[in-house]
Ligand binder design. Structure first.
Ligand code: SAH
Ligand code: DHB
Ligand code: MG
Length: 221
């Protein structure tokens, strides 16, 4: 069983339950035109993130890793009218496309993109009291996952939900001998949630049009 089996099911889920949307489609086609890799969440996953934001009643969202803003648009649309997303992106090229995509999707007024390496931006957000955040989506360079979790706890409200993307990596996460950077980053996220006194969590494996991967979902005590 592989992607050839899973992708049609994603197509079916999206056809039945995830409303097709021009702004989201435009966001992806602009990314492709700009040569940005198609490593965004799927539509079904984007809607899951949006539903988590709405069921938790989150008003302030932090995202680490914007790419072309596809996941950001899902998060922003799930917010109440006074809600905001702060999204951190290291690549100027990605940031420029993302900002255009926010305008097209009508969410520019509730999204603030902070350009630069997230480990530089996060201390600045702390200094300016940008939080506290109710929801965090961590989806950037995997080697820094543990540091991003530490910052997220620091910037989050008690009860906040943190989602970390790409923590299963085709199953390789279970290999204790792996030297792959992404696997090490995923395992570092599991270790951090296991050991942090203020974090509790679980992970769900996912299959679909983006292969075999998974989300780690944690809650701040
Ligand atoms: N959340 C997006 C996908 C993000 S892909 C979506 O689902 O639509 C990962 C992004 O993280 C890339 O755009 C990459 O440029 C960015 N990134 C990588 N290292 C980073 C860092 N140190 N700080 C901030 N962003 C980083
Ligand atoms: C990669 C990054 C992601 O955030 C993702 O969802 C898939 C792939 C990557 O860097 O290859
Ligand atoms: Mg990802």
């Amino acid at each position: 069983m592989s992607e050839s089996h899973w992708a049609p099911v994603d197509a079916y889920i999206e056809e039945r339950l995830v409303t097709a949307d021009t702004a989201l489609e435009t966001a992806l086609s602009r990314a492709t035109e700009a040569g940005i890799p198609a490593i965004n969440v799927t539509a079904a996953q984007g809607k899951l993130l949006a539903m988590l934001v709405s069921v938790t009643g989150a008003r302030r969202v932090l995202e680490i890793g914007t790419l072309a803003g596809y996941s950001t648009i899902w998060l922003a649309r799930a917010l109440p009218p006074d809600g905001t997303v702060i999204t951190l992106e290291a690549s100027r090229e990605h940031a420029e496309v993302a900002v255009r995509n926010f305008a097209t999707a009508g969410v520019a007024n509730r999204v603030r993109l902070v350009e630069g390496a997230a480990l530089d931006s996060l201390p600045r957000l702390a200094d300016e009291s940008a939080g506290p955040f109710d929801f965090v989506f961590i989806d950037a360079d995997k080697v820094n996952n543990a540091a991003y979790l530490d910052w997220s706890v620091r910037l989050a409200k008690p009860g906040a939900v943190i989602v970390v993307d790409n923590v299963v990596r085709g199953g390789a996460v279970a290999d204790p001998d792996s030297r792959d950077e992404g696997v090490l980053g995923a395992r570092a996220a599991f270790d951090k949630v296991a050991e942090h006194p203020r974090l509790d969590g679980t992970a769900v494996q996912t299959v679909g049009s983006k292969g075999y991967d998974g989300f780690l979902i944690a809650r701040v005590r």
